[in-house]
Design a binder for this molecule. Structure first.
Ligand code: 2RA
Length: 335
């Protein structure tokens, strides 16, 4: 089993290295790819050093079995044929192929088997905010079909990449040392001491692309007609996204039923004792694998509604871990 990582120097690329090692993914060889900026850098994986190769249109993917790609949508589009033409399966973290009918969009806890039907040898990893939400909503949907979702997200700097995390830290440093923020590059406005109610580009219906991903991807992954209305917001946490989710089910569900289903759900940790200040927070979910859920309660405005709060590490379950779990499922299914 030979594994490739495309975008090896990025925040998600680096997380792939950690997760593949931690989970002891069954592989014999590794090859790293990057842009001209990162080609030549060296990274250690399980005690051995690997140099990042320049991603080019050549035969470098000839012996590769699984390629994890996280270098942006235009790179994925441009290199998909080069990566897959000798049989490699590309597990793509970008939004380039997510809504294509012949590309499965997979969250293993929800629709693992969809990964087996990939005629183009491309499997899409969903957007982080969607992954976290569907892992939590799937066990509830099994109790009673979810018809509507309202969600407000609180997305950390990490969602915009490693350079954006550095920019947030720099903004705080500039505020302390120089009294004002000088560096605004990766975000549309100053993020330090601020929240920005826009993630990704605005579309013609005045929802952002990030918000429309939540609408469309949730339906595809859950095989559902559910309607999701989202407001996605960048906040100044460094790593780990949070979401406040209101959902309406066909039958009314009690808080106890929901808590019980969540406590038994794969990939979910219930942290819900609000009377004692116990609920999930991004500082605590950062670096962890599961999605943490709490504040489960009845929606006061909707008899068939409930609401909850979740947090999850966007770089792990929201990106690299989900992709590695897809690969693990493929390996297991071949045995
Ligand atoms: C963000 N959801 O947080 C994006 C990353 N895929 O910006």
């Amino acid at each position: 089993m030979k594994v490739a990582i495309v975008g090896a120097s990025g925040a998600v690329g680096q997380e792939f290295l950690r997760i593949l090692a931690e989970r002891n993914f069954p592989m014999d060889d590794l090859v790293l790819f990057g842009s001209t900026r990162s080609a030549g850098r060296k990274y250690t994986f399980k005690g051995k050093e690997y140099e990042v190769k320049l991603l080019q249109h050549n035969d470098d993917f000839k012996d590769v079995d699984i390629a994890f790609t996280s270098a942006g949508g235009s790179t994925s589009e441009e290199f998909a044929d080069t990566i897959t033409k000798y049989g490699a399966v590309m597990i793509d973290n970008s939004s380039a192929f997510r809504m294509c009918d012949d590309v499965p969009l997979v969250v293993p806890e929800v629709n693992a088997a969809d990964a087996l039907d990939c005629p183009r040898r491309i499997i899409a990893n969903p957007n982080c905010t969607t992954i976290m939400m569907v892992v939590v909503l799937k066990p509830i949907d099994q109790l009673s079909h979810i018809r509507k979702i309202h969600i407000a997200s609180y997305q950390s700097a990490s969602g915009a990449g490693a350079a954006a995390m550095q920019e947030l830290e720099k903004q705080y440093k500039e505020l302390i040392e120089e009294g004002a923020v000088k560096t605004i590059d990766k975000f549309p406005h100053q993020l330090a001491y601020n929240v920005i109610p826009q993630i990704d580009k605005m579309t013609s219906n005045d929802y952002t692309k990030e918000e429309m991903k939540m609408f469309n991807e949730t339906r595809k992954i859950m095989h559902s007609d559910v309607r999701t209305s989202a407001t996605c917001v960048r906040v100044s946490s460094l790593r780990s996204h949070s979401e406040s989710v209101w959902f309406e089910t066909e039958k009314p569900l009690s808080v106890d039923e929901i808590r019980k289903a969540l406590a038994a759900a794969p990939g979910v940790t219930l942290v819900d004792d609000p009377q004692h200040y116990v609920y999930p927070m991004p500082l605590e979910s950062a670096g962890k694998d599961n999605i943490f859920v709490g504040r489960v309660r009845k929606d006061l405005a909707d008899d068939n509604g409930n609401t909850l709060w979740l947090t999850g590490d966007q770089i792990r379950k929201g990106a690299a871990l989900n992709a590695v779990q897809i690969a693990e499922y493929l390996v297991k299914s071949k045995k």
